[in-house]
Structures are given as C-alpha cells and as structure tokens.
Design a protein around this ligand. Structure first.
Ligand SMILES: [Zn+2]
Length: 120
C-alpha cells in the first residue's frame, strides 16, 4: 500500500508526479496529467468507483452526524429528515468529481504495482 498516491489526490494532484492537477475545477476532471501525461481513466467505467467513495463520505460525514444529533434530541425530526435528504441529494452532486479524484488515489494506493512508469 502506497498512501502517497492517495495523499496527492486528496490535494487534487496527479497520483504519479504530484505536480499536475486531476480536477480543472470542482465540476470538471482532466483526462490526463499535464506534467507526466498519466492517463487518469484506467479503463472504461473506471470512475464509477467515485460513487461508493461519495456514498461513504456523505453517509459518514453528513448523515451519521445529523442522525446522532437528532438522536440526542438536539434537532427536531423534520429538520433531521430535511437535512439528511437535502444533503443526500446536493452533496454527491457537488462532490462527485472530487470523489472521482479520491477514487483514483485509492485505486493506486492499493494497486500501486499498476502505476505505469514515468516516461522521461
Ligand atoms: Zn502527473
């Protein structure tokens, strides 16, 4: 496991060189690295892996804390349902491209031997 690949994509940098960007802006992913030419999409449908990453982040960082707050009687039921539903719809849309970048880093973190060597 090479966590450097994940660390680089968390900060929106290419997992191989750490210099080029993965996302042009929050709603657009680049096809390859401008510095080392790493092609980001490993195979067709590769970035569908961003869906479970998005699901995990929304559930663990949004839904679960809100349900916990509701469970402690600090929030009415209607607010809890509204916040969970609203966040459950908006956050995956806003964060989907970033989750694709995280997926790229996670992929190479565990499948580090599949990282193509850099051509000079
Ligand atoms: Zn690169």
């Amino acid at each position: 496991m090479k966590t450097i690949y994940l660390k680089r994509t968390i900060s929106n940098h290419c997992p191989r060189c750490g210099e080029g960007k993965v996302l042009k802006h929050p709603f657009e992913r680049l096809e390859d690295c401008a510095v080392c030419s790493l092609k980001y999409e490993r195979e067709q449908g590769f970035f569908l892996g961003g869906v479970p990453v998005s699901y995990f982040l929304v559930c663990s960082l949004w839904v679960l804390p809100i349900i916990t707050i509701w469970f402690l009687n600090w929030l009415p039921l209607a607010w809890m349902l509204g916040l969970c539903l609203g966040g459950g719809i908006v956050l995956p849309i806003v964060g989907y491209r970033y989750c694709q970048a995280l997926w790229l880093g996670l992929y190479f973190c565990f499948a580090w031997n599949e990282m193509p060597p850099r051509e000079e």
